[in-house]
Design a protein around this ligand. Structure first.
Ligand code: NAP
Length: 336
């Protein structure tokens, strides 16, 4: 049985996700006079909201992540991009029916948005340790966001897990609140950039626990974290760390579930694109943390977003020239 599904107007570009890649793409698409809609499940900013101070975005020697996110959003809106809070469940290129050739973003609230091209910029989600106590005590001492939760831990002894840029940078940030921060790393060498490492080693409130992994997170009778069981990977000896907060920064996975069934991707779910950010589906672009690439920086996300928007514009122009543009033959609902 078919049911009628409502949708609004048809756009030139649907952008899924309002992080640096999505908002830059929106700004460029808007400047190209494309009808642009950005669908974001939460507050605009993406990974910018997980970074307190940003020092590596050119032109801003020192800016709060929140502030930069606001600037990105207002800049994109200035050029006409529309922002709507929606959780996209699927993004599909329609292969038949009245809207053949258009992309449909179907959302959790039951809405459908249609566009001639789509750009996926939905970022990533933190990887979990998968140890006992982690999920149980999430929000009760286990956190994945220092800027969101750090202030709850004034005067506490804290642990940070990981050896990349995020772990090292956030360890430094957490010393604003914690009286002591232990950085737990599974090897004896950090992969974080040298400038961040230098800051870490110069901070007297931070101690690195090398060659160690978290085996278990324990809590008091109120369910608040009070101990972390560590295992030395060389000696196999266990030790207790009496920390009341544990911040996990061991990387993240791309949020590509809405398209991963249809497009070419790697074993981790990162989407493969060509140099124009186009995926294996014509007219579908991916930018920022969702795609296979060397690094994930604000600058690279913004660069990807720029390329994706310009490529989308060229794709639409070529379709128009060839007379291939998907035709809108009806409005106000269609059968699914
Ligand atoms: P990452 O660079 O992938 O580092 C993940 C860290 O977690 C690695 O040190 C890894 O150890 C460790 N790890 C992975 N799985 C683990 C497990 N199960 N148990 C214990 N440790 C585990 O991730 P990230 O730090 O989130 O950074 C992601 C990207 O964002 C990077 O490209 C980074 O440069 C960028 N970033 C940049 C900045 C900045 O420039 N300011 C800030 C944050 C993030 P091994 O080293 O042994 O593999």
């Amino acid at each position: 049985m078919s049911q009628s599904r409502d949708f609004g107007e048809t756009y030139d570009v649907i952008i899924v996700g309002a992080g640096p890649a999505g908002m830059t793409a929106a700004m460029y698409a808007g400047r190209s006079m494309l009808r642009t809609i950005v669908l974001e499940r939460g507050v605009s900013g993406g990974e910018l909201l997980n970074t307190e101070i940003i020092e590596d975005y050119p032109g801003f020697e020192h800016i709060e992540g929140w502030d930069l996110a606001q600037k990105f959003e207002s800049h994109a809106k200035k050029f006409g991009a529309e922002f709507v809070q929606e959780t996209v469940l699927t993004l599909t290129k329609l292969t038949d029916g009245a809207f053949k050739g258009l992309f449909e973003a179907a959302t959790e609230s039951g809405n459908s948005y249609l566009a001639r091209t789509a750009i996926v910029t939905s970022g990533g989600t933190p990887i979990k340790l998968n140890v006992p106590g982690e999920l149980e005590y999430a929000g009760k001492g286990v956190s994945y966001c220092a800027i969101c939760d750090g202030a709850f831990f004034k005067g506490h002894t804290l642990a940070v897990v990981g050896g990349g840029d995020a772990a090292v940078e956030e360890s430094d940030f957490l010393t604003r609140y914690g009286q002591k921060v232990y950085l737990i790393h599974r090897r004896e060498e950090l992969r974080a950039s040298k400038i961040l490492q230098k800051r870490l080693f110069e901070n007297p409130k931070i101690e690195v626990i090398w060659n160690s992994v978290v085996e278990k997170i324990e809590a008091d009778e109120q369910g608040l974290v009070n101990n972390i069981v560590l295992r030395d990977v060389n000696t196999h000896a266990a030790r207790n760390l009496a920390a009341t907060g544990i911040f996990v920064f061991i990387g993240f996975r791309p949020n590509t579930g809405i398209i991963v069934g249809h497009v070419d991707h790697d074993e981790m779910g990162y989407v493969r694109t060509d140099m124009n950010m186009e995926t294996s589906i014509k007219g579908l672009f991916a930018a920022g943390d969702v795609r296979v690439q060397l690094t994930r920086q604000i600058t690279t996300a913004a660069g990807d977003g720029t390329t994706a928007a310009i490529a989308a514009e060229k794709y639409l122009a070529a379709m128009r020239r060839q007379g291939d543009e998907p035709e809108i033959v009806a409005t106000g609902g269609y059968a699914v």
